[in-house]
Ligand binder design. Structure first.
Ligand code: NAD
Length: 249
C-alpha cells in the first residue's frame, strides 16, 4: 500500500498548480514562537498590543513590546528545512507560490520568489501620516517610537494590526489560488485566524486536494484535509522532498 508520503508526493508531482499555505508553525523550528498553544506569545503578552487603536493611544508602551517581539527576535532567525524544501519545490516547478500568514520573511530568505504575505511583513515601515514606505534598514529602531524622516508622523510596521484590511495583492492572489490550484499544501496553521482561515475552505469548494502538515490536528484536519502528514514541519517536509526526488531519478 502507498504511504501517505508517496501519495502526497504523487499528488504534488501530478498537479497543474500547487499552492503552499503557511502559518506560524512552519517557523517554530527557526526559533519563532507561534501566538497560540503551549509556548505561544499570547500566554505571555496581551493580544491587544496589536490593536491599531492601542498603538496610536499608548504608542511608547506598545512600541516597546512590538520591537521586542517582532524585531529583536525575528532578526537572527534563519529558514529551517521546511522553508528550504518549499524553495526547492518552487525552483523545480512543483510549487507555484506561497500564501503565508507569517511576517518573518523566512520564505524569501530561503529563496522563494512567489510569496504573498496575507498579513503584511516586518521588512518595512509605513508612515501613518503621509503613507510613505521605508525599508527596515532605514529605520532607527532605538528611536522610541520611530518617526517618519519626511513628515515626522508615527511609523508603523507594515504588518497588519487587528482590525486592518488584508493587503489587496495577497488577498487577490489567495482567491486566484483558491480557484485555480489543484493542490493546497497547508503547513503549520491552526486555522482559527479569520479571514486567512477561509482561503483553504474556498479552495476545497473548487475540489482542490488538501495536504496538511502539522504535529497536531487543526480546524482543517477533520473537515477538508485529504492527506494529513503529522509531524514537525522540517521533518515532514524533509521526507516529502525525498519522495519527490525519487520521481526524478
Ligand atoms: P497559531 O499560532 O495559531 O498556530 C500555530 C500552528 O502551528 C498550530 O496548529 C501548531 O500545532 C502548529 N505547529 C507548532 N509547531 C509546529 C511545527 N514544528 N511544525 C509545524 N506546525 C507546527 O498560528 P497561525 O494559525 O499561523 O495564526 C497566528 C497568526 O499570527 C498568523 O496568522 C501569523 O500572521 C501570526 N504569527 C506569525 C509569526 C511569524 O511570522 N513567524 C509568528 C507568530 C504569529
Amino acid at each position: 500500500m502507498e504511504s501517505h508520503y508517496q501519495e502526497a508526493a504523487r499528488m504534488i508531482a501530478g498537479a497543474k498548480r500547487v499552492t503552499g499555505f503557511t502559518g506560524a508553525g512552519i517557523s517554530v523550528e527557526s526559533g519563532i514562537p507561534p501566538f497560540r498553544g503551549k509556548d505561544g506569545l499570547w500566554n505571555k503578552y496581551d493580544p491587544d498590543i496589536l490593536l491599531l487603536d492601542n498603538y496610536t493611544r499608548n504608542t511608547l508602551e506598545v512600541w516597546r513590546v512590538i520591537k521586542k517581539l517582532f524585531f529583536d527576535f525575528f532578526g537572527d532567525a534563519r529558514p529551517n528545512k521546511a522553508h528550504e524544501v518549499l524553495a526547492w519545490m518552487e525552483k523545480q516547478g512543483y510549487l507555484a507560490d506561497i500564501i503565508t500568514q507569517n511576517i518573518d520573511n523566512l520564505h524569501q530568505k530561503a529563496g522563494n520568489k512567489n510569496v504573498y504575505e496575507f498579513h503584511g511583513n516586518s521588512r518595512q515601515f509605513a508612515c501613518m501620516k503621509c503613507s510613505k514606505i521605508y525599508p527596515l534598514e532605514d529605520i532607527e529602531l532605538t528611536e522610541e517610537p520611530p518617526s517618519c524622516p519626511g513628515c515626522g508622523g508615527l511609523l508603523k510596521p507594515d504588518f497588519i494590526f487587528f482590525g486592518e484590511p488584508i493587503p489587496s495583492e495577497a488577498y487577490n492572489a489567495s482567491m486566484y489560488d483558491a480557484r485555480h490550484s489543484d493542490v493546497f499544501l497547508i503547513i503549520g496553521t491552526a486555522g482559527n485566524v479569520f479571514p486567512a482561515s477561509q482561503v483553504p475552505l474556498q479552495a476545497k469548494e473548487t475540489n482542490t486536494k488538501i495536504i496538511e502538515v502539522n504535529p497536531e490536528k487543526s480546524l482543517f484536519t477533520n473537515d477538508i484535509t485529504d492527506i494529513f502528514l503529522q509531524g514537525k514541519a522540517s521533518e515532514v517536509m524533509g521526507k516529502l522532498e525525498k519522495y519527490l526526488q525519487s520521481f526524478e531519478n
